[in-house]
Design a protein around this ligand. Structure first.
Ligand SMILES: C[S@@+](CC[C@H](N)C(=O)[O-])C[C@H]1O[C@@H](n2cnc3c(N)ncnc32)[C@H](O)[C@@H]1O
Length: 251
C-alpha cells in the first residue's frame, strides 16, 4: 500500500479492484475464537478504509470505484466506506452461472458482489443498467490465480462507464492482471500494482500480450457501426495506443 500515495490526486477515471477478502475475518462463523470475530472484521475494515481514502484521493470527480466483495465481507466494506466518509451507491450482483461448493447445510453459492462507489460528478450513461449481471465463471483458471475474475465482466464495467479511449483505470490488487487485460481491450490506460512477484510477472506478461492484440471494443469517443453487439469489433492487431504502468512491490 506504499504505491497508492504516489499516484497524483484526481488522475484516475475508474478504479476496479478485487482486494484480498481477509477470509479469516470474513468467512468464519466462530463467535468466541481468536480469529473470525467481529473485532477482526473491524480491523480489516480499518485497513480497507485506509486504502479507500487513497482511492478517493486519486479518482477524478467524474470517477467511479468498483470493488469486489461478497455477503461475508459486506460488513467490512460498509464500515470501511462509512469511516472513509464515502457512500456505497449500488451493489452489483454478479451471477456466475456456476455453483460453488455449499457444504452440508448451505446453499450452493452462485453469485459474488461488486460494490459501486461514485464521485459527485459520475453519471451512469445508460440509466437502464440493472444491478444483476451474468458472466460465466470458470473453475479452470487460465493463469492459475485462485481468484482470477472473468475479463468480460471487467470489460462490461468499463463499458457501463463508457470510458473514452485513453481513460485511466487503476487496480491496486491486480493479481493475474485481469483488470489490465480488460483495460487494453477497451483501449484504456492502466495502472496496476501487486505485492506478489509471481503474480506481478504473470500480470505483466498477460497485459502486454493484450496490449499487442489491440483494443477489442469501441469507446464512446470512437463509435463505429458494429456487428457483434454494443461497442464490439473483432480483435485487431496492434491498434491500441493504450499505455500501461506497472508500479509497486512486485515490480
Ligand atoms: C483477489 S486477488 C486479485 C485477483 C485478480 N482479480 C485476478 O483476476 O487475477 C487479490 C490480490 O491482491 C494481492 N495483494 C494482497 N495484499 C496486497 C497489497 N497490500 N498490495 C498489493 N497487492 C496485494 C494478492 O497477492 C492477490 O494477488
Amino acid at each position: 500500500m506504499e504505491v497508492l500515495p504516489t499516484i497524483p490526486a484526481a488522475s484516475v477515471d475508474c478504479v476496479i479492484t478485487d482486494p484480498p477478502y481477509i477470509l479469516a475475518a470474513g468467512s468464519s462463523n466462530h463467535q468466541n475464537g481468536k480469529t473470525g470475530t467481529w473485532a477482526d472484521m473491524m480491523n480489516a475494515a480499518y485497513w480497507y478504509s485506509a486504502w479507500y481514502q487513497q482511492v478517493w484521493r486519486v479518482l477524478k470527480n467524474t470517477g467511479s470505484f468498483w470493488t469486489f466483495c461478497n455477503w461475508k465481507t459486506m460488513p467490512i466494506i460498509q464500515k470501511a466506506a462509512f469511516d472513509a466518509q464515502i457512500s456505497i451507491q449500488s451493489v452489483l450482483v454478479w451471477d456466475k452461472k456456476w455453483i460453488g461448493p455449499g457444504g452440508h447445510q448451505g446453499l450452493r453459492p452462485r453469485y459474488e458482489n461488486v460494490a459501486l462507489l461514485t464521485k459527485e460528478n459520475f453519471r451512469i450513461p445508460d440509466r437502464s443498467t440493472p444491478d444483476i449481471w451474468e458472466s460465466l465463471w470458470s473453475a479452470i483458471k487460465p493463469t492459475g490465480h485462485p481468484a482470477e475474475k472473468p475479463v468480460d465482466l471487467i470489460a462490461k464495467i468499463i463499458q457501463a462507464c463508457e470510458l473514452q479511449s485513453g481513460s485511466v483505470v487503476l487496480d491496486p490488487f491486480m493479481g493475474s492482471g485481469t483488470t489490465g487485460v480488460a483495460s487494453m481491450e477497451c483501449d484504456c490506460e492502466f495502472i496496476g500494482s501487486e505485492q506478489d512477484t509471481k503474480w506481478f510477472k504473470v500480470a505483466e506478461t498477460r497485459i502486454q500480450a493484450a496490449q499487442s492484440q489491440g483494443a477489442k471494443w469501441f469507446s464512446a469517443r470512437n463509435p463505429t457501426p458494429h456487428e457483434g453487439g454494443r461497442g464490439y469489433r473483432p480483435p485487431t492487431t496492434g491498434e491500441s495506443g493504450a499505455q500501461i504502468s506497472f508500479i509497486g512491490e512486485g515490480g
